[in-house]
Design a protein around this ligand. Structure first.
Ligand SMILES: Nc1ncnc2c1ncn2[C@@H]1O[C@H](COP(=O)(O)OP(=O)(O)OP(=O)(O)O)[C@@H](O)[C@H]1O
Length: 273
């Protein structure tokens, strides 16, 4: 059953009239992880942000976005704001951008959780402590008193994941959440995403360049190129028998990275076909 339906999404630059995404349609099934892959500039981030209506002002969009049966593309901004975070939670590429650099981490966490749940300070600290410990963040209280620049990229992504654990959103949209991380942090963060899915059974859209990571986490894949979807399908099928020439190129060129990934996490050997 679909939890999110994107239909004829069109995105253009309102200041120049340039069409960036002519019309794409896809759906996210409930409890499933859909990966969006494709080369840089293919429109993955604009698509994710369009779902949450978070693109910059010059970027315009049309088309239907249906979340749990409701046309969210028609909602007023204040209604949309209520759904962001609690129902539709976005984890950006760079954790640093998610936090206000002038406040300690705890302020961001408190603002978000008071907004959605109205909890008091000690409830928030207790819930965040447990969630942070579950993603192997040591000294949660110390972290809450740190500024974003005092944390590594991997730690900030884990704080974002721990906040997701507390918020229990219906859909997590992760836009290249590991692209700014070193290899070790990257695989640790991916492990946390996998655990998050096991724990919460939430639906997820996961954008990545890295097919090794996608193979580990995705049930279904959408392949984008130049603003169009060139192929889609079940992850196992798409990896085994990529149909489109561009997908075949992507799968072949990422085989090496996948072998490396499996060596790091001790997964099964990659069989290139
Ligand atoms: N605010 C903007 N105004 C005008 N054009 C934009 C804007 N943001 C993105 N674009 C253009 O839209 C296209 C798609 O960008 P997008 O960021 O969605 O690509 P992407 O697939 O996510 O790339 P990457 O993997 O590098 O993040 C690119 O050509 C980009 O230059």
């Amino acid at each position: 059953m679909s939890i999110l339906l994107i239909s004829k999404l069109r995105i253009w630059d309102g200041s120049t009239g340039k069409v960036i995404i002519p019309a794409i349609s896809f759906e996210l099934n409930s409890g499933s992880c859909l990966a969006i892959v494709g080369e840089s500039g293919s429109g993955k981030s604009l698509t994710c942000r369009a779902i949450l209506r978070l693109n910059q002002r010059n970027i315009r969009q049309s088309g239907e976005i249906v979340f749990q049966g409701e046309r969210i593309d028609r909602l007023a901004e204040n209604e949309m704001r209520r759904r962001r975070g609690k129902q539709l939670y976005m984890i950006p590429q760079n954790g640093m951008r998610a936090f206000d650099p002038t406040s300690v981490i705890g302020v961001h966490l408190r603002d978000t959780l008071v907004h959605h749940f109205g909890w008091n300070r000690s409830e928030i600290v207790e819930k965040m402590k447990l969630a942070m410990q579950s993603v192997r963040l040591k000294d949660p209280v110390g972290i809450m008193n740190k500024y974003p620049h005092q944390m590594s990229g991997g730690m900030l992504q884990r704080v974002m994941i721990s906040l997701a654990i507390v918020l229990e959103p219906d859909i997590i949209i992760a836009d290249e959440p590991t692209s700014a991380l070193d290899t070790v942090s990257k695989y640790e963060v991916i492990e946390q995403f996998c655990r998050l899915r096991e724990k919460m059974g939430c639906s997820m859209i996961f954008v990545s360049h890295d097919l090794g990571v996608v193979r580990k986490i995705a049930d279904e894949i959408v392949v984008m190129r130049d603003g169009n979807i060139v192929e889609r399908g079940e992850a196992s099928v798409l990896f085994a028998k990529p149909q489109h020439e561009y997908t075949r190129h992507l799968v072949a060129s990422h085989a090496g990275i996948h072998e490396h990934f499996n060596r790091v996490i001790g997964g099964p050997a990659y069989v290139s076909r």
